[in-house]
Design a protein around this ligand. Structure first.
Ligand code: IPM
Ligand code: MG
Length: 376
């Protein structure tokens, strides 16, 4: 297959981790006989510095012309004083919105070799686990182009009062929940809608929509949970969750929390999909690790590239329809962890002795396992 992938490294550790994700994709291309063309574009602070805008027109157009977008991270203290519409983060938010990527898939799975890196006791993991082993495997589905991120906001009273608005339409909720029901039907059949329906009117609408859709998915068991309770349940019984569907802001917060249970925020990948990408193969999507730009460790070969590499696996699966190739990337990641290699963020917990590896070495090892799955 021929595919064109837009490469948006961004700021901080973004360029380092996307370089390793690209190596993994190049290894896939070599082993399976595909041709992937990468087209680099500026975004975030890097784009601000070069062109004065966090999302240059050329970047947006370039992404629209590609089959998928591989994204690193944006932001950093250097740009903290920029006006709100010139912050690096605005580049990412505008890109998600412009490409119509409303469904953000954030799988949080505890990989066996990383058991020690999960802060929970065995008993807590086992009690809620779907297979009685100390593990969990959940998919957080975050609404990505609506809610308080995009509602009206501003200042009043001479700037001494500020407001942000959480607003959702039936249609916005419905299209996200359809993805969630479908995902649950293909997994363990459990969907938990997380909200604050005891306080927020928009949350009550989420519940109405979920109940309207429920009869269409007889294989899925629907539950509701308040977000404060969910934040607590994640820490005491994460195995109870299969698919969590929630709003933009709640999903942002809960996915960071869940990532800490997988060992490190550096582990979590994500896929952001729009209408068409869900209907068939080979459609547009944006793929990014959920972590930020980590300016404190940028350029030191310390970043964990696994979230970015696993995002590349999601790109293969959801935008290019290459399921076998995606699985090859995921099993290469697992294998390198099983062999004891650990990036800096994970090394503290590994027993008995981690084989410490920097960003580039982790990426090289994984690309090597993709190219030569039998090992040598
Ligand atoms: C994320 C990030 C972004 C978000 C920031 C960088 C705007 O935290 O992808 O989780 O809040 O969506
Ligand atoms: Mg976040």
């Amino acid at each position: 297959m021929d595919a064109v992938i837009a490469l948006l490294p961004g700021d901080g550790i973004g360029p380092e981790v996307t370089a390793e994700a690209r190596k993994a994709l190049d290894a896939v291309a070599g082993r399976f006989g595909h041709a992937f063309e990468f087209r680099p574009y500026l975004i975030g602070g890097a784009a601000l510095d070069a062109q004065g805008l966090p999302l240059p027109r050329e970047t947006l157009k370039g992404c629209g012309d590609c089959d998928a977008v591989l994204f690193g991270a944006v932001g950093g203290p250097r740009w903290d004083k920029e006006a709100p519409d010139k912050r690096p983060e605005r580049g990412l938010l505008s890109l998600r919105k412009a490409l119509g990527l409303y469904a953000n898939l954030r799988p949080a799975t505890l990989l066996k070799p990383l058991r020690e890196a999960c802060p929970l006791k065995d008993a807590l993991l086992e009690a809620s686990s779907f297979d009685a082993s100390p593990t969990f495997d959940m998919l957080i589905l975050r609404e990505l182009t609506g809610g308080i991120y995009f509602g009206s906001r501003g200042r009043k009273d001479d700037g001494r009062s500020a407001y942000d608005t959480e607003s959702y339409s039936y249609r916005e909720i419905e299209r996200l929940l359809r993805v969630a029901f479908d995902a649950a039907a293909g997994r363990r059949g459990k969907l938990c809608v997380v909200d604050k329906a005891n306080v927020l009117e928009s949350s009550r609408l989420w519940r109405e929509v979920a109940k309207d859709l429920e009869p269409g998915y007889p294989g899925v068991k629907l539950d509701f949970m308040y977000v404060d309770n969910c934040a607590m349940q994640l820490l005491r019984a994460p195995g109870q969750f299969d698919v969590i569907a929630t709003s933009n802001l709640f999903g942002d917060i809960l996915s960071d929390e869940a990532s800490a249970l997988t060992g490190s925020i550096g582990m979590l990948p994500s896929a952001s999909l729009g209408e068409e990408s869900l209907k068939g193969l080979g459609r547009m999507g944006l793929y990014e690790p959920i972590h930020g730009s980590a300016p404190d460790i940028a350029g030191q070969d310390k970043a964990n590239p696994l979230g970015a590499i696993l995002s590349a696996a999601m790109l293969l699966r959801y935008s290019l329809g290459l399921a076998e190739e995606a699985a090859a990337v995921e099993s290469a990641v697992l294998r390198v962890l099983e062999e004891g290699y650990r990036s800096v963020d994970l090394a503290t917990f590994a027993t008995p002795h981690p084989r410490r590896a920097g960003t580039r070495k982790m990426g090289n090892l994984i690309a090597g396992r993709i190219s030569r799955p039998a090992g040598d």
